[in-house]
Design a protein around this ligand. Structure first.
Ligand code: GUN
Length: 295
């Protein structure tokens, strides 16, 4: 058996075409485009690259974007001012504060300052709290976990009562995706760097979400035959055969997983393109709500 490939690039492209149409419909009604505000502090190359990609994607679908690209030594007050100005700007419908923030910045406080209506990353503590509670709905859910859930739906996975194992417990992916899987009625186990018997736990999983940030961490022989695997990892590894000298691999050893899994995402071309797309979709949702329309 060879796993079916869950093609995130294809799903993301299809969704972005629909979002571009929705942007046009919004502009026709509001007279101006939906807007995303981005705050980036420091010069972490991966973060800077993510922010460039997010702003480029906005441009591609016709959204407006505003960037506050602040130096590494910015004070707490300067970062707070950037968030406040985006909160107050009627042309901005979504705010993205790129994480992680430099150590000197009180990240938790910054997250709590983002207007709930514009919290398109879903990281405001109230939104995370609502995500964790039965019968409560956050105004937005975080982009990467939402992308994982969309890909599971695309793959036709029935999560009701399924055993789902999340590997990794980050605030950005592991924790929120576990909460979303639980809301979708899966039985969820979270494995992390201190878990003693990860291989054994993963062997019982119908669905595996790998988000631990370690190249090829999950070998194929950890997987239950037919398991659906979503690989969130994007790990840069040396590769002398590549002209750049490096390549990106996931948290799952793709080659050994392919003959065992029922379906699997690729790296790159799996979850990555979905993250940006879900951010655009949340910004669109926020824009419609701001003029009294949409869910
Ligand atoms: N850093 C890595 N992924 C993300 C993300 O989805 N949102 C934000 N704000 N920062 C990130």
């Amino acid at each position: 058996m060879t796993a079916k490939i869950i093609d995130g690039r294809l799903v993301a492209d299809r969704m972005q075409v629909a979002i571009a149409e929705d942007v046009k419909a919004f502009v026709a009604q509001a007279g101006f485009p939906p807007g995303l505000g981005v705050v980036l502090v420091g010069d972490n190359p991966a973060s800077a690259q993510y922010v460039r990609m997010k702003r480029k994607a906005c441009e591609k679908v016709g959204m407006h974007s505003v960037g506050h690209l602040l130096p590494l030594d910015s004070s707490q007050a300067v970062v707070e001012e950037a968030v406040e100005s985006l909160n107050a700007d009627p042309r901005i419908h979504g705010i993205l504060v790129q994480l992680p923030m430099p150590k000197a910045i009180d990240e938790a406080h910054i997250m709590s300052m983002v207007s709930l209506e514009k919290d398109v990353d879903g990281f405001h503590p109230i939104n995370i709290g609502r995500l964790a509670q039965k019968g409560r709905e956050p105004s937005f859910t975080p982009a990467t976990p939402t992308g994982c859930m969309v890909l599971l739906k695309e793959a036709g996975v029935n999560l009701d009562g399924a055993n789902a194992v999340v590997i990794g417990r980050s605030n950005i992916v592991g924790m929120p995706v576990a909460l979303m899987l639980m809301k979708a009625n899966a039985t969820v186990t979270i494995c992390h760097s201190r878990t003693r018997n990860t291989a054994e736990i993963v062997r019982g999983a119908d669905v595996v979400i790998a988000a631990i940030g370690q190249p090829n961490y999950v070998p194929g022989d950890w997987l239950k035959p037919g398991a659906v695997v979503i690989d969130v990892g994007t790990n840069r590894v040396d590769d002398p055969t590549n002209e750049k000298g490096y390549t990106f691999v996931g948290d799952v050893d793709y080659e050994s997983a392919l003959p065992v899994a029922g379906a699997i995402t690729k790296v790159p071309g799996g979850v990555g393109p979905m993250t940006i797309t879900m951010l655009l979709a949340n910004t669109m949702k926020s824009a419609w709500r701001s003029i009294g329309q949409g869910a």
